[in-house]
Ligand binder design. Structure first.
Ligand SMILES: O=C(NC1CCCCC1)N[C@H]1[C@H](O)[C@@H](N2CCCCC2)[C@@H]2OC[C@H]1O2
Length: 330
């Protein structure tokens, strides 16, 4: 089997991407954020208090003839940005881009944090991290990818995220029309459950490539790129008027500044993030101060290769044994 579905930016700065999925019988369509940085599949539901729902589509298990309560099971998750949700669990038929998993664990929210309530175009998440991270108790549940894997033509899914445009997620095949040249693969350390791998180094603008093993996670659910302070300061040293603002919680600069590109290495291959991707957003609609798409990871305890980096490449998440991750130019 294979599947292919759109990855649609939810706002004009690509803060997150959503993908249409169907749940239950008859199918209920929700727009979910496919997140390789977590492993819970949760949705706004008929059980979510109405004062926490603001325009989201909801999953109503009672309206699905194929839903089953996973009795006695609960879940609760906290993300790195402080957002979170919790609830109960059903199993139901779940489809992404024509690929169906029967009896997928669908975690129905009983409570969501305010940042989810405020994102009216995001109806929940599909965790595509390793199932070891799943928070359902007393028995943890498998991700959509782990459930689909035995039926996939190839044990892979790919992410083709785009800058200010709709991209795609494919399951079970690698579409050679979506990239150029070769795919460069590198080893994944799947413990504790993220797609953890290393960069082989970086360069700023036309500067020399700095070879250095930088371990981090490729996370489609994180908007920006978070790297060690030494690398980030080297980058913003090239930006007129840039400063690390306590007030805004990161590097800001005059929107009119010229930014350099940022190149990262995967083994021997090189991927360049255009300056426009790093000129992420104005700090407020009328401000002339802009917030960077490259920020420091100090304080996170982990480096994160988020959407700003991933949208510069075609990325293959390979569930083979051992798992690996591949990057190609597009
Ligand atoms: O918390 C992180 N990443 C952290 C960012 C700070 C540095 C550490 C990692 N990712 C979350 C993201 O923010 C959420 N958000 C929802 C609203 C639209 C924007 C996305 C979404 O839900 C879970 C996941 O994706």
């Amino acid at each position: 089997d294979t599947g292919s579905a759109a990855a649609i930016p939810i706002n004009e700065v690509d803060i997150a991407y959503v993908t249409p999925v169907t749940i239950g019988t008859p199918p209920q369509t929700l727009m979910l954020d496919l997140d390789t940085g977590s492993s819970d599949l949760w949705v706004f539901s008929s059980l979510t208090p109405s004062n926490q729902v603001r325009g989201q589509e909801i999953y109503s298990p009672t309206k699905s003839s194929t839903s089953k309560l996973l009795s006695g099971h609960t879940w609760s998750i906290r993300y790195g940005d402080g957002s979170g949700s919790r609830g109960t669990v059903y199993t139901d038929n779940f489809t992404i881009g024509g690929l169906e998993v029967k009896s997928q664990a669908v975690q129905a929210a009983l409570e969501v944090s305010s940042s989810f309530t405020q994102e009216q175009s995001l109806d929940g998440l599909v965790g595509l991290g390793f199932s070891a991270l799943n928070t359902v108790r007393p028995s943890s549940q498998l991700t959509f990818f782990d459930n689909a894997r035995p039926n996939l033509d190839e044990e892979v899914f790919t992410a083709d995220l785009k800058y200010h445009a709709t991209g795609s997620y494919d399951f079970g095949f690698i579409d050679s029309k979506k990239y150029a040249g070769n795919i460069t693969y590198t080893a994944v350390q799947q413990s504790p459950g993220y797609w953890t791998h290393s960069l082989s180094g970086y360069s700023v603008g036309s500067g020399a490539f700095q070879a250095s093993q930088i371990s981090g996670i490729s996370d489609t659910g994180t908007t920006l790129v978070y790297l060690p302070t030494a690398i980030v300061t080297a980058y913003y040293r090239q930006v007129q008027g840039a400063q690390n603002s306590q007030y805004y919680g990161g590097y800001v600069f005059p929107c009119s500044s010229t930014l350099p590109t940022f190149t990262f290495g995967i083994e021997g291959a090189r991927f360049t993030i255009p300056a426009s991707y790093i000129n992420y957003t104005r700090i407020s609609p009328t401000s002339t101060t802009c917030y960077g798409g490259l920020q420091s990871s100090s304080g996170l305890g982990i480096n994160i290769f988020g959407d700003v980096a991933l949208k510069a490449a075609f990325v293959v998440f390979s569930g083979t044994n051992p798992p690996r991750i591949g990057f190609a130019i597009k």
